[in-house]
Design a protein around this ligand. Structure first.
Ligand code: UDX
Length: 435
């Protein structure tokens, strides 16, 4: 069986490479010819740990193409991995999914199984089917299925190859058998459901994880007001097996290409179906408030932002990736430059993406290492918890700074170590020192 992947973004490329690793011949298609040409030259469009190595290892098994005919002629199953970005009102923009369905429909002449892999609202498969019927020849047979991905950037390869579970929504035994064959070498439970259930599982999982984060951020605010320690609260709560410790790290909120968009899209789906999803509106609101709360911490210690120099450590929305989509860094730095502060920014991987996304600004200076950022600065702002920040030489850093202030938006430093060096340290939801 040959597998097709349509859309070679983060999800699509990881899917293509990992299926090749599992022994399948894969046809990866993208409309962006430039991207295809680069991939043929083994140049990846983004950074994902381990992806390049795995691509090189399986290069012979993957065909990078940009023609739909070639995809359809050579594959039996097509995974739709095209983008579903948010519209201004929060709903998912499904035009790429519609376009892909139409393209497939116009070109098929034999059975094909079309699989939704990108995150889509419940009932999208219904629309794919309707679209296929509208444009496909009446005598060709096709089916639609849902097989949502649960990949995290930074650990996408492991998440794909060693998943906690595999979710598959199908409508026939034939489709179920195909998936049993595709996933026969995976050591994970496969949950077969109807298509709507599979579609909801994906959105519900992301919305639940985002809820955990906003919940602990709300608790962090209370801890700050009362002198309690949110990290201890999370640790103790997390030991309850029903709760679990993961996704209880308080900070400046969730970013990335999934949580912000999926939470908004999910409560829009609730609204469309007359279901009150106010809980998720609060999750979203709490997350948006994290930015202003962080900025107010700067003001609490430095009073005025204008003309202050900030060493900004970390731009990626989380460590292990060069992605800055919806990263808190974009909003925090925007707020600082609006008030005429100066940001000397450093990130081990995400500098170029940040530059592209944020644009030129005379108050944003890109520096090549974390020490350079600290020279003559009034405060360090930690926005991504990269390991190199945790292991930095803080004795040296103190010498470089104008005023030794650290505002830690990710709680990644050891308070005791920092205290010894007499920094003013302001973490999130716990006691700092020197202030
Ligand atoms: C997420 C889901 O985890 C994944 O299953 C889905 O397929 C895509 O969306 P990803 O966006 O790559 O993955 O990142 P994730 O590791 O989930 O982190 C999302 C955001 O939440 C990051 O900004 C991170 O910093 C933040 N976060 C995470 C917290 O603020 N606290 C936590 O405890 C965990």
């Amino acid at each position: 069986m040959n597998l097709g992947v349509m859309g070679l973004g983060h999800v699509g490329l990881v899917t293509a490479v990992c299926f090749a690793e599992k022994g399948f011949k894969v046809y990866g298609m993208d409309k962006d010819k430039n991207r295809i040409e680069n991939l043929k030259k083994k140049v990846l469009p983004f950074y994902e740990p381990g992806l390049k190595e795995l691509l090189l290892k399986n290069f012979e098994k993957i065909h990078f193409i940009s023609e739909i005919k070639e995809l359809i002629n050579n594959t039996d199953v097509i995974f739709l991995c095209v983008g579903t970005p948010p519209l201004p009102d929060g709903k998912a923009d499904l035009s790429q999914v519609e376009d892909a369905s139409r393209e497939i429909a116009k070109n098929i002449d034999k059975y094909v199984l079309i699989v939704e892999k990108s995150t889509v609202p419940v009932k999208t498969a219904e629309w794919i089917k309707k679209t296929m019927k509208l444009y496909a020849r009446k005598d060709v047979d096709f089916e639609v299925a849902s097989n949502p991905e649960f990949l995290r950037e930074g650990s996408a390869i492991k998440d794909f190859l060693e998943p906690d579970r595999i979710v598959v929504g199908v409508e026939s035994e034939r489709a179920q058998k195909i998936f049993e064959e595709i996933y026969r070498d995976f050591n994970a439970p496969i949950i077969f459901t109807d298509i709507e259930t599979a579609e909801i599982i994906k959105h519900a999982s992301n919305a639940f994880l985002a809820t955990k984060i906003s919940f602990i951020n709300m608790i962090a605010d209370l801890c700050e007001k009362t002198g309690a320690d949110v990290m201890k609260v999370a640790e103790a709560m997390g030991l309850d097996k029903r709760i679990g410790r993961e996704f209880l790290n308080a900070g400046i909120g969730y970013g990335g290409s999934c949580f912000p968009k999926d939470v908004k899209a999910f409560y829009r789906i609730g609204e469309e179906h007359g279901v009150d999803f106010n809980l998720l509106k609060c999750v979203d609101k709490i997350n948006e408030q994290r930015i202003e709360k962080f900025v107010s911490k700067i003001k609490k210690v430095l009073w005025i932002i204008k003309d202050k120099v900030f060493a900004v450590w970390g731009l990626a929305f989380k460590p292990g990736t060069d992605d800055v989509r919806e990263a808190p860094s974009l909003k925090i730095i925007k707020r600082i430059v609006e008030e005429k502060g100066i940001c000397k920014v450093y990130d081990p991987y995400a500098m170029n993406n940040f530059k592209r996304e944020f644009g030129e600004n005379e108050n944003v200076i890109y520096v090549s290492d974390l020490y350079e950022a600290c020279k003559s600065s009034h405060a360090i702002l930690i926005l991504t918890e990269w390991d190199e920040f945790k292991n930095a030489d803080f004795r040296k850093i103190k010498e470089l700074m104008e005023t030794p202030i650290i505002i830690d938006g990710r709680n990644c430093l050891d308070v005791e170590k920092i205290k010894e060096l007499e920094f003013i340290y302001i973490p999130t939801g716990r006691k700092g020192c020197g202030f």
